[in-house]
Design a protein around this ligand. Structure first.
Ligand SMILES: [Zn+2]
Length: 244
């Protein structure tokens, strides 16, 4: 167990749907960006067009609303870019296309840390898009982005360079082992979540209370008042590549 106090220079959150990253790492990302000047980017994998029980809602209309909400939420966190991959909600696959898209964003934005959902859970089940986005993000970082032999057109035709991501922070993990104190950023997290108005209950006070008690519960594991917890993967790519 470790409490993370140092912010990375560059971080990229890979979120399957609008609102997942604010719920999972919104406090941490806001803190890194606003306190330490981390360059933060959000990659939104799907357009969230199935995120309603309203039979009258047109998926295209919902997608437009949710992409706008995601931009606003990212602005609250202070992210300097939001990338919309616009896969259909429920349609993420572990495909070459999706992998190449995440590799491209890693090569463009050169994050030291990627934040994504832990795709490996054994006790609780999660949305298929959550598993796919977490899995493909980790694979993009470890196996593909650093190696010029993968997706070489991005290098020869798009002018990108291979990039080594140092670490992945996985939110929603059953076994978090690193924690970030988000006490001063609870309000920012709540505010960023409230920008996803189409997905949220109308009561912002109850929502803020829920966020506070969830963060307190997580913080308890690390002796912090309020925290977000992650399972960390340190890729150690330099030493891995030297051996191959
Ligand atoms: Zn989701």
């Amino acid at each position: 167990m470790e409490i993370i106090k140092q912010a990375p220079l560059r971080a990229m959150a890979v979120t399957p749907h609008p609102d997942d990253c604010e719920g999972g790492c919104g406090g941490t990302l806001s803190k890194w960006i606003q306190e330490s000047g981390t360059a933060g980017v959000v990659v939104l994998c799907t357009n969230g067009d199935k995120g309603t029980g309203d039979r009258e809602m047109e998926p295209a209309e919902l997608a437009a609303i949710r992409e706008r909400e995601q931009q606003e939420a990212a602005d609250v966190m202070g992210a300097n870019d939001v990338v919309f991959l616009s896969h259909p909600d429920g349609g993420l696959e572990d495909s070459m296309l999706f992998r190449s898209q995440l590799v491209r964003e890693i090569r463009r934005h050169k994050p030291d840390v990627i934040l994504c959902i832990d795709p490996y859970r054994s006790i609780s089940h999660t949305h298929r898009d959550h598993r796919m986005s977490g899995q493909v993000a980790i694979d993009a970082a470890f196996t593909y982005a650093w190696n010029p032999q993968h997706f070489p057109d991005q290098i020869t035709q798009e002018g990108l360079e291979p990039h080594m991501v140092k670490e992945a922070y996985l939110w929603g993990s059953e076994t978090p082992d690193v924690f970030v104190d988000i006490t001063d950023f609870l309000d920012t997290k709540a505010e960023s979540l409230s920008r996803h108005a189409s997905q949220m209950s109308a009561d912002p006070v109850a929502r803020a209370k829920r966020i506070r008690s969830w963060a307190a519960e997580t913080g308890e594991k690390a002796g912090l008042t309020h925290a977000e917890g992650f399972r960390r993967i340190q890729f150690n790519l330099e030493s891995v590549i030297m051996r191959t």
